[in-house]
Design a protein around this ligand. Sequence first.
Ligand SMILES: C[S@@+](CC[C@H](N)C(=O)[O-])C[C@H]1O[C@@H](n2cnc3c(N)ncnc32)[C@H](O)[C@@H]1O
Length: 387
Amino acid sequence: MTETDAGLRAVMAKIADGYDLVPYKPKDKGSPGLDPALLYGIAGLYGEFPLRRDIEVLDLGCGTGGQLQRVGGLTTGRLAGIDISPVSCEEAARKCAALGARCTIQCKDLFDLDLAGLGQFDLIYVLGVYFVVPPPVQARLIEVVSTCLKPGGVLVISYYTGEVWRQFDAMRRAVQAVVDRSAPAAAQIKTARDCVQAMAADGKSAILARLVEHSRKGGETTFFHEMMGEVLAQTKAAELEAALAPAGIHFLNLLQPGPVPSTDPMARAAAADRVSMGGYLYGVFGKYDPSRPAEWTTLFWITNLRRAGVSNVGIAVFQDAATGGRVEVANSTTAVALDLLARGPRPWSEILNAMAATPAGLAYLTSVKRDFISFWHQGLLTPLAQI
Ligand SMILES: C[S@@+](CC[C@H](N)C(=O)[O-])C[C@H]1O[C@@H](n2cnc3c(N)ncnc32)[C@H](O)[C@@H]1O
């Protein structure tokens, strides 16, 4: 082991100790927003990503196993969780025991993983991990996902970025300067909370106020790790795209999509990096060929939009039944498609048939697809993957 290796292992041991002392549990039951049907729905907009019930799922830095438990209830294939913290792994194994032999939890540092033995997966989660580890571990995460994602597979990486990250980092530095790291966890949290409250009390920064609110809602464990953790790195989607592209893995979009419907992954990644203020984001990636046009064959769509009349210049107006928001739909073929969707979720193939039966046929297909993507960006339509 070189001196650098030894230094890195020491940092990793400290990180593991932190997660042993206070196991990380905010996503104790997993996130419904990260379900395979939603992630493969996003992926299906850009390439061919067929979703099967028996997909194989890997969770790197699985913590206490909430996401694996959730996804295990939705799938029938192999599930694997890896984490360096023995306390977290024990809880993950207990929580996932009901899934039986198809789910394994390995208590390992990512550097000690036998990638050939691990095999390949259809869906890989890297949640709350990329930004809490130093650059060599980030590079190892890139290596692991590059090796372990199957063609047609989907990857999610969560990360901090932008002004939100910058102020968060400043807040951490101030907190770490006053907290006695040898004190019990509860005492550390109390000092840190007092320090953060004092910073927020000057009321000058809206972001700081939001971060304080976030740390209040996230509970003790998130607060402890985000404030006292060894690392809280900033990441750019464009950097991830550049690092993963050699393995044929490309940025698709953010989970809460960014504004650019480009077919070029780097253009989408650069657009994601311009999202105002940044924040805590989920980047969705896929292993696919971006030069092949996406046919949307695996998608079905859901909307709350309902036809609500015409504007004073004769353009169809739709209203979101959930939010009351109104949108004008100038393309009459798009309006026909939305009328069909108003009756319930429909596969893209059925929407295509309905459009083909209109007088214009499929002449406006490209602009209908553009409208769909734009409505998705606005939160008015949701693409889901069919199984
Ligand atoms: C913030 S927690 C996130 C846990 C879980 N993914 C979630 O979202 O709830 C980060 C996790 O990464 C794990 N971790 C950090 N460095 C690691 C490494 N080198 N190898 C394996 N796991 C690591 C920690 O032990 C911790 O459980």
